[in-house]
Ligand binder design. Structure first.
Ligand SMILES: [Cu+2]
Length: 142
């Protein structure tokens, strides 16, 4: 329809001539909504969380004993290929509660588990699958 196209062009021309015509309004400018941080007290510095890493291998923890200061997060990362867990001897934490009942819910290669220790003490832990093979470790919190 060439007639329609011509009409559109002439309307545009009119809009240019008669500025008050209000022909084609560019409606609602896209205003980027920048999320303004609300109310966070920027004055108080948040303490930088320290973390230590323990490698979970087949079948051990490296390092086997880790000494940390209270408040430190410990990150276990599995670099082995077998299934494992990181399970506190006192039951205070268990990385994979459904393991080994469900072997698919055990720690696998590249899986991580994070636990923060706030109170000083000795926390023994082990792998539920390989405890008898000597897969045990200890966190010493000072
Ligand atoms: Cu294991």
């Amino acid at each position: 329809m060439s007639g329609h196209r011509g009409l559109a062009v002439s309307i545009a021309g009119l809009a240019l001539l008669a500025a008050c015509g209000g022909g084609t309004k560019a409606t609602s400018l896209p205003t980027p909504t920048t999320p303004t941080p609300t109310g966070s007290t920027s004055a108080s510095p948040t303490p930088i969380p320290t973390s230590e890493t323990i490698q979970v291998i087949d079948n051990d923890y490296v390092p086997k004993t880790l000494t940390i200061t209270a408040g430190t997060a410990v990150v276990w990362i599995e670099i082995g290929v077998s299934q494992h867990t990181v399970t506190a001897a006192d039951g205070s934490f268990d990385s994979h509660p459904d393991c080994p009942a469900d072997i698919n819910k055990c720690m696998k290669h590249d899986d991580t588990f994070v636990q923060t220790f706030d109170k000083p003490g000795h926390i023994a832990y082990f792998c539920k699958l390989h405890k008898e093979a000597g897969m045990t470790g200890e966190i010493v919190v000072v």
